[in-house]
Design a protein around this ligand. Structure first.
Ligand SMILES: [Zn+2]
Length: 81
């Protein structure tokens, strides 16, 4: 018997799985079909960043100082979970 490194990546792996462009993690290819090229972990980070950006644009009235920025950042974090 001899071992092969190919055992770590069976042929079906590339058919149903895809590689994250950010951290090279493996994720389900159905996610790629939905338009994501990142794994779930990186996707969540993107979503959180998106919420922060949106909260800044929809609430300019509260944008009066550094405290506001911290507040909306924490808010986005709790929404993203
Ligand atoms: Zn990733």
């Amino acid at each position: 018997m001899h071992k092969s490194v190919d055992n770590y990546s069976p042929p079906w792996y590339h058919i149903i799985m895809s590689k994250c462009v950010k951290c090279s993690d493996i994720f389900n290819k159905k996610r790629l079909e939905l338009g994501y090229n990142t794994c779930l972990g990186c996707g969540d980070l993107n979503a959180a960043a998106e919420i922060v950006r949106k909260s800044h644009s929809v609430a300019p009235a509260f944008n009066k100082g550094p405290y506001t920025y911290v507040y909306s950042k924490n808010q986005a974090k709790s929404i993203g979970r």
